[in-house]
Design a protein around this ligand. Sequence first.
Ligand SMILES: Nc1ncnc2c1ncn2[C@@H]1O[C@H](COP(=O)(O)OP(=O)(O)OP(=O)(O)O)[C@@H](O)[C@H]1O
Ligand SMILES: [Ca+2]
Length: 876
Amino acid sequence: MSEAYYRKTPQQALEAQQSASTGLTDQEVASRRQQFGPNKLSEGKKKSTLQVFAEQFKDLLVIILIIAAVISALSENVESTIVIFAVLILNAILGTVQYLKAEKSLESLKAMSSPTAKVLRGGARVEIPSADVVPGDIVLLEAGDMVVADGRILENFSLKVNESSLTGESEGVDKTEEAIDADQVALGDQKNMVFSGSLVTYGRATVLVTGTGMNTELGKIAALMNQTQQRKTPLQQSLDDFSAKLAIVIMAICALVFALSIFRTGMGVLDSLMFAVALAVAAIPEALSSIVTIVLAMGTQKMAKQNAIIKDLKAVESLGSVSVICSDKTGTLTQNKMTPQKVYADGSLLEGDDLELVNDVQRLLLKAALLASDATNNEETGTSIGDPTEVALVMLGEKFGVNEESYRAQHPRLGELAFDSDRKLMSTLHDIDGVPTVFTKGAIDVLLDRSKWLLTREGKVEMTPQRKEEIARVNMELSMEGLRVLAFAYTELEAVRPLTLEDEKDFTFIGLISMIDPPRPEAVQAVADAKRGGIRTIMITGDHKVTASAIARQLGIFQDGDQAVSGLELDQMSDADLDVRLDKISVYARVSPEHKIRIVNAWQRKGKIVSMTGDGVNDAPALKKADIGVAMGITGTEVSKDAASMILADDNFATIVKAVVNGRSVYANIKNAIQFLLSGNTAGIFCVLYASLMGLPVPFQPVHLLFINLLTDSLPAIAIGMEPARKGLLDQKPRDPKTPILDRTLLGRIGGQGLLIAIVTMIAFYLGWQGGDAVLASTMAFSTLTLARLFHGFNCRGAESIFRLKLSTNPASIAAFFAGVVLLALVLFVPGLKDLFLVSPVFTLANLGEMVGLALLPTVVIQIVKLIAGFGKAKD
Ligand SMILES: Nc1ncnc2c1ncn2[C@@H]1O[C@H](COP(=O)(O)OP(=O)(O)OP(=O)(O)O)[C@@H](O)[C@H]1O
Ligand SMILES: [Ca+2]
């Protein structure tokens, strides 16, 4: 191995990688991509298709079915044995396909949310997916970026990096480009290197990539660790627990039924075993867990189409119980299209058409605005680049016929302190008529406090309390209209030198520029929707309290009696104070990202499920702490996207509310599918139990129950999972995450509906049994149970009656019904299948009529009950 990169100079490093400071050519990239592969960590060992297939058999059900197959063979019923095995294999194939499909859809979601990197290639700056980075690439890092490969720093501009994922050290590390002349330097001390998986918290740098994929320090760790298993969501876990308990109960009942059959009715051992097996097959909800996974995965697909990219299945579930949405203001609730409005300088407020530069103070204000900002605007094409706040300043310049670029060329920037939302200031250094001058723009409260003088037509005067008050009054007036106000000041230095934060003081105040950022129209509706659904919206912003409150009022977030609190006031509150006032506060203004964690914590102490938005590096901890961390797809930093569980592709508040509605709908659909599956199974259990107690022949063969559980029941269950979200979902309070999905109401419905279906099934059985034909009786019972469950699928689509629901809103449910009927008809009428499924060779048209009539009965009863309940609801 050659010498470590930290010992090399930038030039030597470039040579060692055979790269150049302008980056690689496309040809070199292609050949290196061939050689090194994609820049990805290998995902541990992925399960092979065969493994997935084999796992489908690792199930209690299978053991029971094999017992059933053996018993069938013993009772000289070889066809049954064959059918059972065929069904088992079919089931395993279906399970495998579903698993692979769900995995694929999760992978495509992962791809949508994977980070990008800015690189120089052939001298041009391009943004590429992190997977496409190759050794030798020149990566441009800036605050908010995630480091996606290991590299040697070539040029350093105060780069600060958080390497906690590698070193455990949570303090940021200052970087350098100087070579280190030492052996065996620990990772944390390799100050001229950056490592994949770390976060840029400050400054910027150009970096030569020296290692990608598994050849990074992170890759070495990942190789050591046992790679992640798919973790289950709380819902999946609780259903697994439920299934395990159910299995034990079923075994106990089976033993009881077996004993009863032998001792009470004096049935033979084989026949008694048949009863026990039928019961077990009837009771076990085979399709349940895969259907839950499918519905969750379909939910994420749908949300992605509506611009909410979910990074974790768990989030789908939590979304449904969100009760507080904390949202940034600028860009999320507002349009982030700033237009300049009133301007204040030298004691007078200019607005609208009387904007005209009449004196030196106003001219200096404009100069400061254009010099201390980076945005540019192309007047011909009308396209602008940069921070919207700064774009507004450039637009203001245009109003006066001043071009930002000529100003900037006249007074080149000699130093700068970048804007950050903690300091709320930005400063630049210029030569103005031979005097090194610092222009600072930022939040008025911060600037005014540090201003010693005020610039007027007559020159600098002292900043007296009265003058301060006058400026504060003007600011208040502008802010009350919902305008965003930016303050400007300058200070002079003795000589040109690098700026430090210490230089942002002893200012001469110049004036104010206000701008308007209108609310997003759809946000008003979304806030109202959320409110109807019992969800509180809270505005969190770096902007001024009065501006924020005015906008919050326009959006319907801030109502009479509500309070707005500033970050400063929040700092002075104890947790106990905050808990008392929390319900009243709907606007937090002038907050720093650290405040967001406190707000999340406070709501979580009240047992609320909280969603929090964020875009910056410092927002990451709050996003992680929130139940649903939401990052901005367009303006968000890679770091915030990494910490979030949901990404808004359109940065839009309304998308959060839509996702919450979808979360509720997914949960409701899963609940309905569970109701459908379990009530059908319960009916089967009741029938078998009843028959064994009454000494009747076994009403169903295992093949019958398998046919229903795996085929005719799965289709309506999935269709129920596809039920579209309904308006009514917003009339409910958020779900309490602590109540189990199988609550008492649901269990009651499962029992009641199961009983209804069991009654008609046994009536059908008796009708067939009249002539003492056990096969006809069993055929009648099987067909009635199948059909009744197919009809029951419509009952489980929602709480409303079919008439209110409108059948056509979910075509899948109709298709599922008819597919089920066709399958049943095949079994009943196709000669070969008839034998395989042990169906009676002959039955009359009357028999057929009885089956259909009886099967329809439970659904008629359930619909009448729903109608009556619906009338009751309509009245109140
Ligand atoms: N480019 C900038 N240069 C100087 N000061 C700025 C700049 N952008 C914003 N500010 C000042 O800093 C304050 C906070 O800005 P920040 O971007 O943190 O929050 P915001 O965009 O106003 O609100 P939100 O947190 O809702 O996105 C602003 O109110 C403004 O006074
Ligand atoms: Ca912001």
